[in-house]
Design a protein around this ligand. Structure first.
Ligand code: 75Z
Ligand code: MG
Length: 214
């Protein structure tokens, strides 16, 4: 049977990256996407902005919406302190299966809980299922029309506290206009745009960092 792009990306990691070395996994994926096949990872340019937000925040509890192949999962988890936890939600079982193997190759499986299913179903169950109180950081990188409804759902479920940070990928390309309008105009958020480029291209894109004010 034909391999899929995520499977080819996993193969590149298993052939070229060093087991237990997250930086080599990240570098291998970026090389693959620059020279072999484009894939919708946050990429190295926006990835450095993601790294700086994570390092500055030093979060104990992180939620990632949209795992895909686990590239940003590996970037985030490699920067977390020892007892910190990252829950990542993936809707597509094939993406999830590849991501599990890439996260394991990086040696980060003990810090990461990959949950398969729809964000709308899982967000209301976070507290009871995983003993989460609130998230210090949420990285939004799933379906672009889910950013706004899921943010409202997290507010309603009491998963955000004063100072919780939402970091959203692709706010320009493919774009999340309703989400941007909400976080930039709501008195409950302090929002900041980090201009960058769509992964592995020259097209404009960026990350929006929004601090929940409670
Ligand atoms: O669609 C994207 N990302 C979303 C994948 C996903 N992976 N998982 C989900 C999911 C969807 C429901 C869910 N509910 C719960 N988890 C969920 C996860 N969605 C995406 C697309 C592009 C892109 C740009 C320009 C183009 F010309 C083509 C494409 C760039 C990016 O950086 C992206 O992140
Ligand atoms: Mg993205």
């Amino acid at each position: 049977t034909q391999s899929t792009r995520p499977q080819r990306l996993l193969g590149a990691v298993q052939q070229n990256a060093t087991r237990g070395d997250p930086r080599s996994v990240v570098k291998t994926i970026d090389q693959f996407c620059k020279h072999k096949e484009w894939a919708m990872n946050v990429g190295d340019e926006k990835g450095c902005i993601l790294d700086s937000v994570v390092s500055e925040l030093n979060p104990a509890t992180v939620l990632e919406l949209g795992t895909y192949c686990g590239y940003s999962t590996v970037r985030i988890a490699s920067l977390l302190p020892p007892h910190a936890r990252l829950i990542t939600l993936e809707f597509n079982p094939h993406f999830a299966a590849v991501a599990r193997q890439i996260i394991a190759w990086a040696g980060l499986q003990d810090k990461v809980l990959l949950v398969e299913g729809a964000s709308g179903d899982w967000i209301p169950k976070m507290k009871e299922q995983f003993g989460v109180k609130t998230f210090d950081l949420v990285f939004l990188d799933h379906w672009k029309d889910r950013y706004l409804p899921d943010t409202k759902l997290m507010e309603e479920c009491g998963l955000l506290r004063k100072g919780s940070v939402l970091l959203a990928d692709n706010v320009v390309c493919p774009g999340t206009p309703d989400y941007l309008q909400y976080v930039r105009n709501s008195p409950r958020y302090n929002s900041q745009y980090f201009r960058s480029h769509l992964e592995y291209t020259k097209a404009e894109d960026g990350l929006e960092k929004s601090v929940f004010l409670g």
